[in-house]
Design a protein around this ligand. Structure first.
Ligand code: AMP
Length: 251
């Protein structure tokens, strides 16, 4: 069974985000970019499933400009077998990504499509759900545990929901999106980084996949959140209660 993993290239989580001066978006020039942390978890899970005998091949896919190839190389160094880069403009809405993923699924026929639950740049949390809808596949979102049964061709997925854990049984093929506690992604070792250089990355266009990219949404403007005021040290509980009552008006 092939396992496909969607990997997004985003501004590194440790970078302090700056908004462009024309408020058209977030500054990405000369900014460190990395694999979306939830996509690292998705890839780690695919690799673990393959290592425990449930997968024949792990295919990493990414959509975006040519620099996505660097992120895919990281995925190959972590252990993916091959990669597909679909060359698109830098900003894509989740529906466009989902349509491309659907076309890639039809091309490769994986038994499992694993995505991050959310990209930390747009915080959409939509792509996994949309692609599952487009494919008419069952979905296990926010997975914190995944167990596959090869014989019965089902995946049992624990999901973190308000108030506890929900356990779902999904018929394969299925879509899974990964939550933070699913696993601890591995680092790419130097020998694996060297090996990854000879692993194949196929380049495709949306046209080759018969996907028309259409944006039905426009970003009006991006602004920074208001600056937080500095904190103050109070001398007594009475002073705190007074401030909560008379300044913050919360009690
Ligand atoms: P989102 O719905 O934008 O929060 O993204 C959720 C997940 O969809 C990400 O963690 C990725 O697994 C996948 N995804 C979104 N955009 C892309 C992209 N441009 N290339 C590859 N995967 C993507």
């Amino acid at each position: 069974m092939k396992i496909m993993v969607a990997i997004k290239r985003v501004v590194d989580y440790a970078v302090k985000i700056r908004v462009k001066s024309d408020k058209s978006g977030v500054e990405t020039t000369n900014v460190k970019m990395s694999m979306n942390p939830f996509c690292e978890i998705a890839l780690e899970e695919a690799l673990k499933l393959k290592e425990s005998g449930f997968g024949s091949e792990v295919i990493a896919v990414s959509m975006g400009p040519v620099q996505c190839v660097d992120t895919l190389r990281t995925g190959l160094a972590m252990g993916a077998d091959r990669a597909i880069h679909v060359d698109t403009p830098p900003t894509l809405n989740p529906l466009s990504v989902a349509k491309i993923l659907k076309a890639l699924v039809h091309l490769e026929n994986p038994g499992l499509l694993i995505l991050g639950k959310q990209a930390i740049d747009d915080d959409c949390n939509q792509t996994g759900q949309m692609v599952a809808g487009l494919l008419n596949w069952p979905q296990g979102t926010f997975a914190s545990k995944v167990v596959l049964d090869k014989e019965k061709k089902v995946a049992t997925v624990d999901r973190e929901v308000d108030g506890g854990l929900e356990t779902l049984c999904l018929d394969l093929p299925a879509v899974i999106t990964t939550d933070l506690r699913l696993n601890q992604p591995r680092y790419a070792t130097l020998p694996n980084i060297m090996k990854a250089k000879s692993k194949p990355i196929k380049k495709m266009t949306p046209q080759e996949l018969n996907v028309e990219l259409r944006s039905d949404m426009e970003v009006i403007q991006v602004t920074e959140p208001p600056k937080r005021k500095a904190g103050v040290v109070l001398s007594s509980v009475d002073e705190l209660i007074d401030k909560l009552k008379n300044e913050a008006h919360v009690i």
